[in-house]
Design a binder for this molecule. Structure first.
Ligand code: COA
Length: 202
């Protein structure tokens, strides 16, 4: 079995380590540049991010919740094989398509024909319904609900418990605050909060 290398040591990394343990994967260790970085759930810190071997023999996952940082880190490696991980307590329909590096946490549900890009996170207990399309570097936080035919552009972040009604499109690098309910399309790069979610003026 190829051992899994994990980039990151924060709270999201803890959940990724737990996911890898639930899958009974061998974990090589962790990489992070933070001066106070250390072991996570018994998995050792192996070095800085630049110490991750950029090789096709390396199987790795980016365990960082911040979408822009995940994109930047992915761009630093051209040879690494990115692991796609699905928690055994998630339910993913066989027609769903998941890109490299995408992770599905415990209790999440992916319904038929959901299509997810690379390095996307569907966090604890979130649901992604039929025909949803999620781009690369999306983060759907715990407890979110996406109805059918929702489209999330690259880098979209939905805060905990956010909901999106059927057919809405949220364009790239937008943020929906915790508990927000999206009832209309959102343009790129905006932050929307509340019920119904309204764009917050900068
Ligand atoms: C929307 C969000 C990104 C805004 O963060 P921010 O720019 O730091 O905003 P602030 O905390 O400075 O708040 C600015 C204003 O927006 C309001 N606000 C913040 N988040 C809100 C939310 N989710 N719903 C409604 N209003 C919100 C604040 O009350 C404040 O209002 P005020 O100016 O009248 O006092 C953030 O509050 C949020 O919801 N993050 C989600 C975090 C999350 O779910 N993480 C999951 C990790 S797995």
């Amino acid at each position: 079995m190829t051992a899994l290398h994990i980039v990151g040591v924060g709270g999201h990394a803890k959940v990724i380590v737990a996911l890898a343990q639930a899958l009974k994967l061998e974990i090589a260790g962790l990489y992070d540049d933070h001066p106070q970085a250390g072991a996570v759930l018994g998995c050792p810190l192996l070095g800085r991010v630049t110490d991750l071997p950029d090789s096709p023999d390396t199987l790795a996952v980016l365990a960082i919740g911040n979408n822009a940082l995940r994109r930047d880190l992915a761009g630093r490696f051209s040879q690494v094989r990115w692991a796609t991980l699905i928690h055994p307590a998630a339910w993913v329909h066989h027609s769903a398509v998941l890109g490299a590096g995408t992770v599905i946490m415990a209790g999440a549900v992916l319904q038929p024909d959901a299509r997810l890009g690379r390095h996307t996170i569907v966090n604890t207990g979130a649901t992604v319904d039929h025909d949803c399309q999620l781009g690369d570097y999306v983060h759907v936080a715990p407890g979110c609900t996406l109805a059918g035919n929702v489209t999330l552009g690259e880098g979209t972040f939905l805060g905990v418990g956010a909901r999106v009604i059927p057919g809405c499109t949220i364009e790239a690098w937008s943020v929906v605050g915790a508990g927000g309910v999206v009832v209309r399309d959102l343009a790129a790069g905006v932050t929307a909060v509340g019920v119904p979610a309204r764009v917050r003026q900068a």
